[in-house]
Design a protein around this ligand. Structure first.
Ligand code: 5AD
Ligand code: SF4
Length: 528
């Protein structure tokens, strides 16, 4: 069912694209066995079985081969009860895409009989689902591996796996193999469905199994997913072809592949039937949805138009690229209904020159024009964004351009980052000439401005009535309930716990920077 040989290694002959000396010191490595493209090495007292490993050159390639869609996934028979009486723990780093991948891995593990456990001291299998977007995300994982080493010493039977975006990086696999040899499995973002097989291989061979596909796999539709709560994520596409110069994602997540509309629609309908109240459609660049279809002309705007017809109260999407945000989508979003008026529209910089160096393929003016069109078509549109400060060569004036754009758009919220060079990306080869002190200062100024904006927007809401999906008790006070408005604003209010999972109307009485407070409107019984 799956594609066979993904750049399997060819150490002995020296043929093949891979130089294994980059991975670790092979001077005392012995080839123990070699079969069906899998090579087992003995190194530093540990056997390492390499099924396949990351290769940036391969990961960057964008071929024309057809992506197949499979509907016939099954857990191998011998693994179907393998997890009975055993426990799993998954730590997830990074974005919603990773959170959703974790739901798939949980689904797979539970189908094998494993149960979830919060205390990882009691787990039989621990997975770190990692993020590669910035260096500090990676540092956290390496720190965590240091802690897990002690647990592994105490419990040698514990299975330890590293997966997600970091596993797709050449240098990371190298570092784990050479410095964290107690890890049992390294697998990537394209072969999550192989988890049952990899567990089998790691358990029975007692080897460190490395299986990272550099080339994206096919789309597998019927993987189990363990969803919780009332809000669900639904993948509509995988990968990214944008290659912004700072970004590692096109390497770690592969080329753009869209799920068939009928499969997405069926999944959202099923979630509605199960009682979910909100669905977030996920993709690295949802606006590119459908561009890879060769047999139908169907875009993200068409998909959103079809989403409106499904009886689920709220539909969101993450994340969009301004370049592909077309008029059809703007028009459809303007129809409202269950399509909420919150749009996350990453700008990254307010300077056309920096945007060009980032290869974002739009100018400041084009972005502002898009915002203008959205605001006309979608009444009360609420915008949020992502911004990077300290990109190589960013001058004070260029940073001021970012501040002025933030003022002009009036974002409700923004995720802000200091530029972090990622090995293998084009920007990593540019001179990173902005001193860290300047980057930190810019980040501080930007955050202050965004805070100020957010406070102003919140203050304007005083006295308004908003619809809130009640999610649970507030973190700090169990007397208070919390939920989200259509615009994704965090709202706190007092009310009975029975309201959790329902919609209520709340009148805003008090505003803070990152949340608002209110009272349930008297006549409003729960609105479902
Ligand atoms: N350095 C800093 N921020 C980055 N992002 C992506 N790559 C980098 C990087 N190398 C940010 C972008 C993106 C968000 C998910 O992470 O703003 O939109
Ligand atoms: Fe990265 Fe750009 Fe793709 Fe977003 S659109 S995932 S920033 S390459």
């Amino acid at each position: 069912m799956t594609k066979g040989n993904h750049n399997s290694p060819d150490l002995k002959s020296g043929k093949g694209s891979k130089d294994y000396s980059r991975y670790f010191d092979f001077s005392d490595a012995k080839v123990i066995s070699e079969e069906e493209g899998k090579i087992t090495y003995r190194i530093k007292g540990r056997n390492v079985q390499i099924n396949s490993q990351p290769d940036y050159k391969e990961g960057k390639r964008r071929g024309k081969e057809e992506i197949e869609v499979h509907y016939d996934f099954e857990i191998p028979e011998e693994m179907q009860n393998f997890g009975v009486d055993k426990y799993y723990h998954i730590t997830t780093y990074g974005c919603q895409m990773n959170e959703h991948d974790t739901e798939t891995m949980k689904g797979l593990l539970e189908q094998m009989g494993y149960k979830s456990v919060d205390d990882r001291n009691h787990a039989d299998i621990i997975l770190l689902n990692t993020c590669a977007i910035r260096e500090n995300a990676e540092d956290k994982v390496f720190g965590e591996l240091g802690h897990l080493k002690n647990l592994k010493i105490e419990k040698p039977g514990l299975l330890l796996g590293v997966c997600g975006c970091m596993s797709q990086e050449e240098g990371v696999v190298n570092r784990i193999m050479s410095k964290h040899g107690f890890v049992d499995m390294i697998f990537g973002t394209h072969n999550i469905h192989r988890l049952p097989h990899l567990i089998k291989e790691a358990v029975f061979s007692k080897e460190l199994v490395v299986e990272v596909w550099s080339k994206e796999g096919d789309i597998i539709e019927n993987l189990p997913k363990k969803r919780e709560g009332m809000r669900a994520w639904v993948n509509i596409m995988y990968g990214c072809d944008k290659f912004c110069t700072y970004c590692i994602v096109p390497f770690t997540r592969g080329k753009e592949r869209s799920r068939r509309p009928e499969d997405v629609i069926a999944e959202v309908r099923e979630l509605a039937r199960q009682g979910f109240k909100e669905v977030t459609l996920l993709g690295q660049n949802v606006n590119a949805y459908g561009k890879d279809f060769t047999d139908i002309d169907y875009t993200f705007g068409d998909l959103m138009d079809d989403m409106r017809l499904i009886d689920i109260p709220r539909i969101r999407f993450m994340t969009s690229h301004p370049r592909d945000f077309d008029d059809k989508l703007i028009e459809v979003l303007g129809k409202g209904g269950n399509l909420v008026e919150h749009i996350h529209l990453p700008v990254q910089s307010g300077s056309t020159a920096v945007l060009k160096k980032m290869s974002r393929k739009y100018t400041r003016e084009a972005y502002l024009e898009l915002v203008r069109k959205i605001k006309i078509s979608v009444p009360n549109a609420v915008l949020s964004t992502d911004i990077i400060v300290g990109f190589p060569g960013e001058t004070d004036e260029q940073f001021e351009d970012t501040l002025s754009l933030v003022r002009e758009v009036g974002y409700d919220m923004a995720y802000t980052f200091i530029y972090s060079p990622r090995e293998g990306t084009p920007a990593a080869a540019m001179e990173d000439n902005v001193p860290m002190s300047v980057k930190s200062e810019r980040l501080q100024r930007l955050n202050d401005l965004i805070k100020e904006n957010s406070r102003i927007i919140n203050d304007r809401m005083l006295g308004e009535v908003v619809e809130v999906l009640v999610e649970g008790e507030s973190k700090n006070n169990s007397e208070v309930l919390s939920g989200r408005s259509r615009a994704n604003k965090l709202v706190h209010f007092e009310g009975p716990k029975e309201l959790i999972g329902t919609f209520v109307k709340v009148r805003i009485t008090d505003t803070k920077t990152w949340y608002i407070k209110g009272d349930i409107v008297a006549e409003a019984a729960a609105v479902h």
